[in-house]
Design a protein around this ligand. Sequence first.
Ligand SMILES: [Zn+2]
Length: 284
Amino acid sequence: MKLVSGKEMLLEAKSNGFAVGAFSAHNAETVQAILLASAEQKAPVMIQIGQRVIRSIGMDAMVGLIHSLGRDLDAVVAIHLDHGSSFEQAMLAVQLGFQSVMYDGSHLPLDENIRITRQVADAAHALRISVEGEIGRIGGTEDDRTVSEEEAFLTDVSEAVYFSEQTGVDYLAVAVGTAHGLYKGEVKLHLNRLRQIAEQVDKPIVLHGGSGVPDALIHQAISAGVSKINVDTELRQAFALAAQRVWRDDPDEYHLAVVLGEARDAVKQKVAEKIRLFGQRGEE
Ligand SMILES: [Zn+2]
């Protein structure tokens, strides 16, 4: 396994017109699935460690799993902290050898988001670790301007530029219509907004909520400037459906290696499918 800088990985994607998949890992089998898909597809991936798995297993245990399971594989990986909740948590990730950390202050007032994101970026950059920030969810009515309910949650172009300059982040997560989890209705992606942000910020743009976005929209988002796409729910769904299938066929199957093995293979397939969808081509 080769560990590479998050920034280098995404700049390479940006200049070659593809996006890197950032896949959330939740246990040994999902770590293994992502590593195997990266090795077999000869494509760089980000393995994301999110807040739930940090609470249930812990960051250091997950990093240990990635290192031990990846040792003999040809995977190319950046270990990434997803939705980092505090400066302290981001620094713990830095200390544990992550290649990329996100600090998510998007729920805070802009100044506060900028202040803490910049602290994270300054400290992480000193150790050559890449940083993702998030800006979006603009509140309802502002001065003389009333923005519609939906527009209110989209990232504002000039705020994105200001945030990017003030914080020095390496890549930027924006709100352009996608959401976490699976979609109930049709996904509406605000491609013009996305294109404007990508052009003016001129850094790799991150799309959260990649699960369930139709393939054609994913291609349009990448053309509009997205270089990192987060996928979590669809992987958990593949895992759960595979496990359910095993137990439906044989309710007395108590060998967890069998159940989890099927689940791992299903996740691996889903990751490989996304890698191809995101336009990554391995070296021949
Ligand atoms: Zn997210």
